[in-house]
Design a binder for this molecule. Structure first.
Ligand SMILES: NC(=O)C1=CN([C@@H]2O[C@H](COP(=O)(O)OP(=O)(O)OC[C@H]3O[C@@H](n4cnc5c(N)ncnc54)[C@H](O)[C@@H]3O)[C@@H](O)[C@H]2O)C=CC1
Ligand SMILES: CC(=O)C(=O)O
Ligand SMILES: [Mg+2]
Length: 436
């Protein structure tokens, strides 16, 4: 089954005679829907209610599936539920106490008066906060809402589901408490001031979905002015996983990455960091294009070669990396035989990997698989474990190589749910981290 973009659960009343579930499945399949789970919730003498999860390519295809069911005599489509929206009801994260408070003794230990002694101890010996608070295991996930995925400047509150998602991944993959911080300002001075003011409560700062170019200034200033790790994930997390994917592609096709011509479309936060990482890794030629002349000038500053048109880039590069946020920007006829095509924009790529493969690409992937989720959890866990006060280029390179080493031959990246990847990234980052 190819990966579909839309998932819905249909609640269908089906006549209780043999063969009707088969008829329903056929109608759904002929309309293009893939059936996932089927749950029978009620069985009666004349009808049965089933909850059927369907995956479709598009809303239009999903409408066709619904019409096909409505046309089946005796069947009733009772309701449609959106699993994604449902999963978000009430939010995805929740701050929980690690200690039960059930008796007066517990209360006095956890809160007053007991807590006062711990406060005095930390006042006297501030480094004890690492032992007696959760600060060193807590990462602020900071956004101003200006570049939420490829959706643009939709504001920090609309971006909260993404921040909660990052917090959920931190928790589940590497046991870090991620706390979303939504900023009601896009002014670099104010962002830097605010993050510095809240920094005492955190072991590290992850900047997320802050648009370019102000993200560059914000990150540089925070790195210089804070004594804890700061990383803009859309820049460096993305560069790490992209380098890993390209290392794997070159290994499988026995091509030397350093001699390949890399072409980038979109030179914002993700694109520019990818260029910097590739150049530092020794790639000789990185070309790039962007609508903004300033973005192209920044590429040149980091050793890349600006190119005027998308067509020229597609015609002259072996490896294409697109981070524009523009779905469908790369047309199948632009793909050259044996190119590597990474169309990394979320939620929808510049070209569907299947289309790119059909058009002759040697390897193709989108932002669902080549995703910074493979990097940021282990990078932060490794940095916190090592008590590093910054995330260095060596730590990022080590993370990229660990991801590439965890990749099965023929794949571009490992599965994000494989805990061994995150473990390998943690170990690699920790090994080269610089202690405070
Ligand atoms: N797969 C992954 O792990 C990640 C994917 N991304 C995706 O990359 C995309 C960009 O994200 P950011 O770099 O943070 O945004 P950004 O706003 O900093 O950069 C986007 C850049 O693309 C350029 N651009 C827009 N339309 C273009 C076109 N038609 N031709 C050439 N350039 C064009 C813009 O001028 C801008 O410089 C988003 O869709 C995001 O979801 C970002 C981070 C991680
Ligand atoms: C994955 C991610 O960080 C993005 O698309 O912005
Ligand atoms: Mg992002």
């Amino acid at each position: 089954m190819t990966e579909k973009h839309i998932t819905r659960t249909l609640i269908v009343q089906i006549p209780s005679t043999p063969g009707n579930l088969g008829k329903l499945a056929t109608a759904i399949g002929l309309a293009g829907g893939d059936i996932g789970e089927i749950e029978t919730t009620q069985i009666g003498p004349t009808w049965t209610i089933r909850h059927i999860t369907i995956h479709c390519d598009s809303e239009e295809q999903f409408d066709t599936v619904q019409d096909a069911i409505r046309q089946l005599p005796g069947f009733q489509l009772q309701a449609v539920s959106d699993d994604v929206l449902q999963a978000h009801e009430g939010g995805k994260i929740h701050m929980k106490s690690r200690i039960d408070v059930r008796s007066l003794g517990d209360l006095r230990r956890v809160y007053t008066p007991g807590v006062a002694n711990v406060c005095r101890l930390i006042q006297k010996e501030p480094e004890k906060a690492r032992i007696y608070t959760g600060i060193s295991n807590t990462v602020a996930i900071v956004t101003d809402g200006t570049a939420i995925l490829g959706l643009g400047d939709i504001g920090p509150v609309a971006g909260m589901p993404v921040m909660e998602g990052k917090a959920a991944l931190f928790d589940q993959f590497v046991d870090i408490s991620g706390v979303p911080i939504l900023l009601d300002s896009q002014d670099p001075d104010e962002i830097v001031r605010t993050v510095k003011n809240i920094a005492p409560g955190f072991g590290a700062i992850l900047l997320e979905d802050i648009g370019s170019p102000h993200c560059f200034e914000v990150e540089e200033r925070l790195k210089a002015e804070l004594d804890i790790p700061v990383m803009h994930d859309d820049q460096h997390g993305t560069a790490v996983v992209t380098l890993a994917a390209v290392i794997s592609a070159c290994k499988s096709s026995r091509v030397d990455l350093k001699d390949s011509v890399v072409g980038q479309i979109g030179l914002g936060a993700a694109g520019l960091a990818i260029c910097r990482m590739f150049k530092a890794y020794g790639v000789n030629e990185v070309k790039g294009t962007d609508l903004s002349p300033e973005a192209k000038a920044r590429l040149q500053q980091y050793g890349g070669t600006p190119v005027d048109s998308l067509e020229e880039l597609m015609n002259t590069c072996d490896i294409i990396i697109a981070t524009t946020g523009v779905p469908g920007l790369i047309k199948p006829e632009m793909v050259r035989k044996d190119q590597v095509i990474l169309s990394l924009s979320n939620p929808n790529p510049e070209i569907d990997p299947e289309e790119a493969m059909k058009a002759g690409a040697a390897y193709a992937a989108d932002g669902r698989s080549v995703n910074n989720v493979l990097g940021f959890p282990g990078i932060f866990r490794g940095a916190l474990n090592a008590r590093a006060n910054r995330i260095t280029h060596e730590m990022l390179t080590a993370a990229a190589e660990a991801i590439a080493d965890s990749t099965k031959p023929g794949d571009l990246v490992p599965h994000p749910l494989d805990p061994r990847v995150h473990e390998k990234v943690i170990q690699a980052v920790e090994a080269v981290a610089v202690e405070k």
